[in-house]
Design a protein around this ligand. Structure first.
Ligand code: SF4
Ligand code: MG
Length: 327
């Protein structure tokens, strides 16, 4: 297994108390596999990814338990300079906002080139050649000229391609993309997602795709992990989830995607808001919003039940959920 996160816990200490951002998350990604991590904002999906990358804001964030095994090594046991060596070269991250992730005062050619001069000891000239090749590879028209341009001179979609090129530069084994297309127009979204999926296949990378939009992952993900209040509530092969969700929260997310075959139908919205992570409800954290909630849900926290060998659901009533609509 390329990456295995085991029982990860992350807390944020604030003046008002302790926010439990990640509460026992386990997931795994293999080479050539795409795992989509899905959930509303505040579900812990980005924080988990930042812990994997070793870029958590510490303090106030603190990993309080668990393991992050990457290529057989527990990253949580490495020193900061060893962590830095892993980042960029063996794993890389793509963010939602390319404009703030890229350096505004360096041309994109210089930024891409730096990956090769710093990490691979290439000359500036060689690095420039590689930068142009990479820009070509992510299909930036006129790469040989545009290599001298600055980030703000590119459209949002082109900037996102440059960030993909940066992440790909050293051919890492794992890429984590955090809402990589959320800020883009729908048509550009699809192009960028296709490019990412194509490169992922070509280089047999592991890809963790973080999104709040179940609609964008259907064609690219192998597995989906759905997060709620810092826990994984359902984890399954993508087709199983689309066929029949085994958790009411997943069902709610599915039913809130606009579908062409049901035009005119009013879209479902999950009622209420995700919980405050300083006061996660007892029992099942989803119970205040769950249309299927019963007494036991308010007191007993559901474990991740094995729905099948490849699938888990943290719902006491996953069987009912599988077999019928929850609302
Ligand atoms: Fe809903 Fe209860 Fe299942 Fe939680 S355990 S998702 S509250 S039915
Ligand atoms: Mg986020």
């Amino acid at each position: 297994m390329l990456l295995e996160v085991r029982d990860l816990h992350v807390e944020f200490r604030t003046r008002d108390g302790v926010a439990h951002a990640v509460n026992g998350v386990s997931y795994a990604v293999d080479a050539g596999e795409t795992l989509a991590v899905l959930g509303e904002s505040g579900s812990g999906k980005s924080v988990t990814a930042q812990a994997v990358m070793g870029i958590l804001d510490t303090p106030p964030a603190r990993v309080t338990g668990g393991e992050i095994l990457f290529q057989g090594q527990d990253l949580l046991k490495l020193k900061e300079d060893e962590r830095r060596g892993v980042r960029g070269a063996r794993m890389a991250m793509i963010f939602q906002d390319a404009l703030s992730a890229l350096n505004p005062v360096l041309s994109v050619g210089d930024q891409l080139g730096e990956m090769f001069t710093v990490h691979r000891g290439m000359s500036r000239k060689e690095a420039r050649t590689r930068a142009v090749e990479l820009m070509d590879r992510v299909r930036i028209p006129g790469a040989a000229q545009r290599v001298r341009d600055y980030p703000h001179q590119f459209s949002g979609g082109m900037r996102q391609r440059i960030m993909i090129a940066m992440a790909m530069a050293l051919e890492p084994a794992l890429i984590i993309a955090d809402e990589p297309t959320t800020a883009l127009d729908v048509t550009v979204q699809a192009q960028v997602m296709d490019l990412l999926a194509e490169l992922q296949r070509e280089y047999r990378m592991g890809l963790i795709l973080i999104t709040h939009d179940l609609g964008v992952v259907a064609d690219v993900a192998d597995r989906i992990a759905v997060m709620y209040a810092g826990r994984i509530v359902e984890s399954a092969p993508v087709h199983d989830i689309y066929k029949a969700p085994a958790h009411p929260y997943t069902r709610g997310l599915l039913d809130s995607i606009p579908r062409l075959d049901q035009k005119g139908r009013e879209l479902y919205a999950i009622k209420g808001l995700p919980p405050n992570l300083m006061h996660i409800p007892p029992g099942c954290a989803f119970h205040p919003r769950c249309p299927m909630a019963r007494d036991v849900c308010r007191t007993d926290e559901p474990p991740l039940h094995a729905v099948s060998e490849a699938r888990g659901s943290a719902c006491h009533f996953w069987r009912e959920c599988l077999h019928g609509p929850a609302h």
